[in-house]
Write a protein that binds this ligand. Structure first.
Ligand SMILES: [Zn+2]
Ligand SMILES: [Zn+2]
Length: 342
């Protein structure tokens, strides 16, 4: 029986999950962000200003959903400085409950000295959670666990710009998504890759790939986004879809279907130069365009599936799909695990 892995809900809603407004170090006001992104067909924006959650639900309308969120940073040495010689962890927290502005990760001392105007949004409730920041992955994991318990999805942002390598991100726990594309970092000459995503999957994390803008100004608008499959533009429904991985990430191509039937993975997409399937091991396939672009691709993976059930895998078996168009733009599915193929 054919099994749809990318849910065929009524709509795909376009989402930018990472940006900064004039509340922190961005150039556009929240209202300008809403107008610009709505005009480009976006329905969902996570307002991830630095260090302080400011609820933007006043911007909500029937075709626009703001997500209550923020970005927190853990910098080597002085937490209020973000010098380019320092390594750092940057995490986004997304509230599963609309209007939940009480982030369990807060430190007034960590507000960067160049965005001190943010302090006017600090509330007494936030100050009750004030805890010092340290560049220490064990302590960061404790904070991520608190954030998860308080109802937040947590993403791990721009590993390349943060100068982080395998030894830095391998110990992270409780992460929901990792950026494989960050538009601002592309413009800064520090493009991310899918390597940390595969590394974290191979360590047993059920984690999703994210393409975002991290928009600070017009140059990084509309570069990377998620397409979220949901019936309605409802806060709870959208956050449930995000938590379950009912979405794909993209910088251009669209993915309409990813299904599996009798050991064959089928992908339907917008016109592509290449469609590939990769796995937790070296097993991978690519179908390339001939005279006409690829819009439907089928991959016979029954041998891989059978082996994945039987052999001793070094890692939990999964496959994921990448679609790349003629201009080099890509879309990435999440990883689908063996319990989802059967
Ligand atoms: Zn960041
Ligand atoms: Zn950011």
């Amino acid at each position: 029986m054919k099994k749809q892995l990318l849910p065929q809900k009524r709509n795909f809603y376009k989402a930018n999950m990472h940006l900064h407004t004039t509340l922190s170090d961005g150039k556009m006001t929240p209202e300008e962000v809403k107008a610009a992104y709505k005009a480009e067909g976006y329905s969902i924006i996570a307002f991830t200003d630095h260090e302080v959650i400011v609820d933007q639900k006043a911007l909500r309308d029937e075709s626009f959903l703001p997500i209550t969120s923020l970005e927190v940073s853990f910098s080597e040495k002085d937490p209020s400085l973000i010098g380019s010689e320092r390594k750092c962890y940057h995490l986004n927290l997304y509230a599963k409950e609309e209007g939940n502005t009480v982030s369990p990760i807060f430190s007034e001392a960590a507000i960067w000295n160049r965005i001190e105007h943010l302090k006017e949004y600090v509330t007494d409730e936030m100050r009750q959670h004030d805890a010092p920041r340290q560049y220490d992955v064990a302590l960061i994991n404790e904070m991520i666990a608190k954030a998860n318990a308080a109802g937040f999805l947590v993403s791990y942002n721009h590993p390349v710009w943060s100068q982080q390598n395998y030894t830095d991100y391998a110990p992270l726990k409780g992460i929901w998504g990792v950026e494989v594309y960050n538009s601002e970092c592309v413009h800064l000459g520090q493009p991310d890759t899918v390597q940390p995503y595969d590394d974290l999957l191979r360590l047993g994390n059920r984690i999703y790939p994210l393409a975002t803008d991290d928009m600070h100004s017009a140059r990084s608008c509309f570069g990377g986004w998620l397409m979220v499959s949901a019936d309605r533009l409802d806060y709870g429904e959208v956050m449930t879809a995000l938590e379950k991985g009912d979405f794909y990430a993209s910088t251009g191509p669209e993915i309409y279907e990813i299904s599996v039937e009798d050991g064959i993975v089928h992908v339907s997409c917008s016109p592509a130069a290449h469609v590939s399937v990769s796995t937790e091991c070296r097993e991978a396939r690519r179908i390339s365009a001939g005279e006409t672009p690829v819009t439907d691709a089928s991959f016979g993976l029954s041998k891989y599936f059978a082996n994945a059930q039987n052999r001793e895998c070094r890692h939990e078996p999964y496959f994921r799909v990448t679609v790349t168009d003629a201009s080099g733009k890509s879309a990435w599915s999440r990883a689908y695990f063996s319990n989802e193929w059967n």
